[in-house]
Design a protein around this ligand. Sequence first.
Ligand SMILES: [Zn+2]
Length: 292
Amino acid sequence: MEAWSHDRWRIPLPDGHKFPIDKYERLRQRVEAEGVVIHESEPVPWEWLAAVHDDALLARIRDGEMTLREQRGLGLPWSEVLVERGRRSVGGTLGAAGDAFAHGIGMNLGGGTHHAGRDFARGYCLFNDVAVTVARLRSEGRARRALVVDCDVHQGDGTAQILGPDPEAFTLSLHGARNYPFERIPSDLDVDLPSGTGDDAYLTALSDALDTALRFDFDVAFYLAGADPWEGDRLGRLALSKPGLKARDEHVLTRLTPRAPVIVTLAGGYAPDVGDTVDINAATVSVVRSLS
Ligand SMILES: [Zn+2]
């Protein structure tokens, strides 16, 4: 199996910051030791980002002119490496798309930046890797109809803004009802889960939601395998166990892969001990590997 990583581009963060910058290197080292071949993600060209993002927003990001309010909404301080890392994170999802079209499934050890919309970058998400990849696959004539299955615990508002109104895309977001973002932009299908939802109720809701989503006819699918529905997550408020999260990954991927090429991204994960997030992400990699 192959996967894409951009962990060498580490953003400078103040002490105690919640963004789990260490998980990317630790996950890459762990899966590499298990025999996964890692490619270093390339920075996506600005023109490709401009296919889905507002030119003025991109100029502010490129030139270091994001307002203080925008940087606060993003939750990360602007730096040159932040921009480079963001472009490479999208590049990893594009690389994974190449693998998916060659072998059926591909994986970015990052990406899933679903809070980035056409004209906003927030919630640790600078660019929307999934939307940019959909635009790219369309312009290359490789795919038109895209399904997004977003299992990060936070609602996928940026993806919903860009792809929700698109008749050739279907966006499903399964998330905590009482969690960020508090002002929603509707997906094609939003599933709001009560705080404290555990494995059984989650997997039932997921299965029902996929029954609906899979009526959509698609020729590429994206899976955002967020680690933040885990019971110990600082920002999650749900109560899935590690085996429950692995069962979730198996359920989604065994239903998607027979239908179309599938691109898997990590999205969020905020365990107090980053090792737990790495465990959950590594389990997702093992499921992808079993299907490669
Ligand atoms: Zn999240």
